[in-house]
Design a protein around this ligand. Structure first.
Ligand code: ATP
Ligand code: MG
Length: 417
């Protein structure tokens, strides 16, 4: 009997592994430039570690964890909790007041597998412990942006503040009032969340819920003075670094431990799996896990599957964008009638030829030609055609020449073969 890998678990085979190595190498290079040290933790931890940090009423703890029911141990669903456990256990705060750590490895969540969503997936995780300064928030977002840029991946950075134990409870009340007025229109999950974790209602993906919360109060307007000052400083610092970002009042993140700054790197190219990386500040978490008091922390994790997928998609697009020898761009029905058999003749002569069949404007056909990586474009205008003329454009040198249609095939074959 043939045995294959579990659903949601994947081999990374030669041919693909090189891209993973590339992502990891670029990241390690940047982590070094930002002066981070590597730390590696075990994959199994006590279940309690995640229940206490991530939060009982979160999707991860409620339904996504791989927990051995007989042993009270869990395969780590994310890195931050384990990393803090190790930090506390080894007294790393004594060795250095500010620790800058990164870790790379597999995480496990029992989710419905789909493109960019697996049950064993891999994260690159960066954490700074012992620094409260808003510059560090901006520095980390700057690191993420730099990494995306050096990988050649285009993402947008979205940011929010989730406040702190001083201001969040008040906002929670305000939000709850707003939600309760609309409760009947919300999905069942949100009805349930409204009592356990009302902030999560804000990032429900259900379109009906989205519509309902469109006008919801913004936590950004309910921050206490300290959180507000911090939030403003982070933004100023991002501007100083030239890091592009936008504010998103709906971003609440699926983990309970966040305070103040939260952020996500978002792509439009992976469908529903839009978050390439995410993180935020968690100033009370170290103490909550039994560590020393008043040690702030902030970090984020990048999903490696999603980074690799984006690079693969790019490769495919680039491959598709090369190889057209000539694109015939025509204006009007007569031009199309002229171009149609011409394209065929060229193809008979082993030339890769393409034309537009949708009656697009000349400008958009030129774009199409560019996208297809065409070396030459033949421009067929209706008036010129009547006079037996067409224009041949060399896309590299941008030089154009007029050609009479009677000698066109000979000239094209000579130039293109
Ligand atoms: P999503 O909204 O996509 O479920 P998340 O908020 O659960 O993401 P985090 O816990 O913040 O994700 O993890 C950080 C990053 O790890 C995500 O931005 C994503 O790129 C990646 N990631 C999370 N879960 C998975 C998964 N099941 N498969 C692959 N990558 C994942
Ligand atoms: Mg998730």
């Amino acid at each position: 009997m043939k045995i294959s890998a579990l659903n949601g678990f994947k081999d990374i085979v030669p041919g693909e592994v090189e891209l993973w190595q590339h992502v990891e190498n670029v990241a390690r290079d940047i982590f070094a430039r930002f002066h981070f040290s590597e730390i590696r933790m075990p994959i199994l931890e006590k279940t309690d570690l995640f229940a206490r940090s991530i939060g009982e009423a979160t999707d991860i703890v409620e339904k996504e964890m791989y927990t051995f029911v007989d042993k009270q141990i869990t395969m780590r669903p994310e890195a931050t909790a384990s990393l803090l456990r190790a930090y506390i256990q080894h007294g790393l705060h004594v060795k250095k007041p500010v620790q800058r750590l990164f870790t790379i490895g597999p995480m496990f969540r029992h989710e419905r597998p789909q493109k960019g969503r697996l049950r064993q997936f891999h994260q690159m995780d960066v954490e700074v412990l012992g620094a409260a300064n808003p510059r560090v928030d901006a520095e980390l977002m700057g690191l993420g942006s730099m990494l995306m840029e050096e990988l050649g991946i285009s993402v947008s950075l979205e940011m929010n503040s989730l406040g702190c134990p001083v201001c969040r409870p008040g906002f929670r009340e305000t939000l709850l009032n707003f939600i309760n007025e609309r409760l009947e229109h919300l999905c069942d999950d949100c009805k349930r969340r409204s009592s356990t974790n009302p902030l999560r209602v804000l990032d429900c993906k259900n379109p009906k819920c989205r519509e309902q919360v469109e006008e919801a109060p913004s936590i950004q307007e309910h921050l206490c003075e300290d959180c507000d000052t911090h939030f403003a400083a982070v933004q100023k610092n991002l501007q100083q670094l030239g890091v592009q970002y936008s504010l998103n009042k709906f971003m609440v993140r699926g983990l309970d431990y966040y305070t103040r700054t939260t952020f996500e790197f978002i792509t439009e190219d992976l469908g529903a799996q839009a978050a390439v990386g995410a993180g935020g500040r968690y100033d009370g978490l170290i103490e909550q896990l039994g560590g020393p008091k008043n040690i702030p922390g902030i970090g984020f994790a990048l999903g490696m599957e999603r980074l690799v997928l984006l690079l693969q998609q790019q490769e495919q697009e680039q491959a598709a964008a090369s190889g057209v020898d000539i694109f015939i761009a025509g204006l009007g029905e007569k031009a199309s009638e002229f171009a149609f058999p011409l394209v065929h003749t060229l193809r008979l002569n082993k030339i890769v030829a393409a034309m537009d069949h949708e009656g697009r404007s000349l400008k958009s056909q030129m774009k199409q030609a560019n996208k297809a990586g065409a070396a030459w474009v033949l421009i067929v205008g209706e008036n010129e055609l009547e006079q037996g003329q067409v224009v041949l454009r060399n896309m590299e040198t941008k030089e154009q020449e007029e050609i009479t249609t009677s000698s066109l095939i000979d000239i094209l074959l000579e130039k293109l073969q």
